[in-house]
Design a protein around this ligand. Structure first.
Ligand code: ITT
Length: 193
């Protein structure tokens, strides 16, 4: 089965395609000729995930799903959360975002955080969502080269390495996104989609 994943983020696409393979062939927004940036104007992960899946449904009439993910840091009252992609400002990159986060946390003893993913699926015109959470800690300096985004500074509970050190195989077994995608797979299977 072919299924559309409403994302422009090639790293997310790679992770999700690996998780859904070989049952589903996942295609991203670029693959269906959608090059616009879908505005993420809501203030929750659920809201923004829905904006992305709804956009594809409205413009292309296709069943699809999206992923909105945030890093929620306890000592920062859940920030950057829904603003994770633009924490250091519009047009800044992941290094800038991580640098800002490490600055904000420099005097904090509680470095606990969680990644949370919300997947919004539109199937036969109806929306369903699935979430996934992984808890961990923000370390003091970046470590590792795999993954993307905040992976070099996030150390999941039970591991001595960051997501960027653990690599994609381990990350795809335990991550926020993997947990949400497993729920998605179960749902698709139960609905024979
Ligand atoms: P799409 O909206 O096109 O899917 P995006 O990159 O804008 O892609 P989000 O709105 O979900 O995605 O932004 C979340 C940001 O959080 C993203 O830019 C990354 O920097 C970070 N992020 C998301 N998933 C992550 C993960 O698994 N590990 C580390 N950082 C992650």
């Amino acid at each position: 089965h072919k299924i559309v994943f409403a994302t422009h983020n090639e790293n997310k696409l790679k992770e999700v395609a690996a998780l859904l393979s070989p049952l589903y062939h996942v295609v991203g927004l670029n693959d269906i000729g959608c090059h616009e940036d879908i505005p993420e104007t809501e203030n929750t992960l659920e809201g923004n995930a829905y904006l992305k899946s709804k956009y594809v449904y409205d413009h292309y009439g296709l069943d699809c799903f999206s992923d909105d993910t945030g890093l929620e840091v306890t000592a920062l009252h859940g920030e950057p959360g829904v603003f994770s992609a633009r924490y250091a400002g519009e047009g800044r990159n992941s290094d800038d975002n991580m640098a800002k986060l490490l600055r904000e946390l420099h005097d904090k003893t509680d470095r606990s955080a969680q990644f949370r993913t919300v997947i919004s699926l539109i199937l036969k015109g109806e929306e369903h969502h699935f979430d996934g959470i992984v808890r961990g800690n923000i370390i003091e300096e970046k470590r590792g080269r795999a993954g993307f985004g905040y992976d070099p500074i996030f150390q999941p509970i039970g591991y001595a390495e960051t997501f960027a050190e653990l690599g994609s195989d381990v990350k795809n077994e335990i991550s926020h996104r993997a947990i949400a995608v497993k729920k998605l797979i179960r749902f698709l299977h139960d609905h024979k989609a």
